[in-house]
Design a protein around this ligand. Sequence first.
Ligand code: KG4
Ligand code: ZN
Length: 339
Amino acid sequence: MKILGIESSCDETACAVVEDGRRILSSAVASQVEEHKLYGGVVPEIASRRHAEAISGLCACALKDAGCTMDDIGGIAVTYGPGLIGALLCGVSFAKGLALAADKPLIPVNHLKGHVATNYLTTPDLTPPFLCLIVSGGHSHIVEVKSYTEYRVVGRTRDDAAGEAFDKTARVLGFPYPGGVYVDRAAAQGDPAAFRLPHPSVDGGPYDFSFSGLKTAVINLVHTMEQRGEPFRREDVAASFTATVCDLLCGRTLAAAKALGYRTVCVAGGVSANSHLRGEMQRRCNREGIRLYLPETSLCGDNAAMIASQGFFELQAGNTAGPDLNGFASLRLENCKIC
Ligand code: KG4
Ligand code: ZN
């Protein structure tokens, strides 16, 4: 069955067609990043306007690229949260109209579950259960993926997300927004032991994260060196920061896998494109005899193929919505049928 996926939760408008949850027939993405770069971050009102402008044409492109028409589509999957509310409503309203006009099932998809589905697209024989580290611009979670649609959150960030810490580190080092990829490249040229940074643990949450202190430590370190006129290599700051974040992410994920008895681990979300995280997670999983699955790097950022993939499994589980579907800015991962 072919599912049309629609994604508009942040600064990428995306439409895609995926067959049986696993095979990408088309994937169109219109990124607004160049415009938001001017402001050093996403401007919600601009994001909503661009989604509204792009979504209809992009959907037509995705259908054409897949060589199909609406008649071939078995369901319309749309991101209904979490994300920027105005941005979400563009996708949700468009999907509702299309589902009504074409008489197709409307399938609400949690954006983070969509990220996890990039692993189904990358590894066609991967099936739940497994443990997944989800690391994006707005979220950092360790989750038990019990089935395609049932999740249990094991750990979460208490403050900033991993991607946010990458972006703030990038900004203080003078890289453009979104800076994760620049920090990744710079870190490859730096010394990870050049600076000692805090490894915060969270009281009462062995699998929780806290990145706000680490982010502040990097900002203070750079500002202090600048004020004193001390020369430093930004590659060394990037490498020290990256090594600390990756140590925290990998350490807690593998501790959770051990405690809960998981032998299969996946990673998902924008930060899963990070080369150091991928390498470090692979090394540690090899050492522990755990199977690791990573999404193709081209699927790590926001796209609609992941929404169409998850949409297929939601439809199979009977999770559809009516024309009263709304967007939810802080939609949760657990029990997120329809809030
Ligand atoms: O999942 P995503 O595309 O959007 C959200 O759902 O938030 O994640 C975007 C985040 C940004 O913070 C970006 O800087 C980060 O992913 N990111 C990276 C890399 N590529 C993207 N962080 C570290 N290393 C990368 N290579
Ligand atoms: Zn995302």
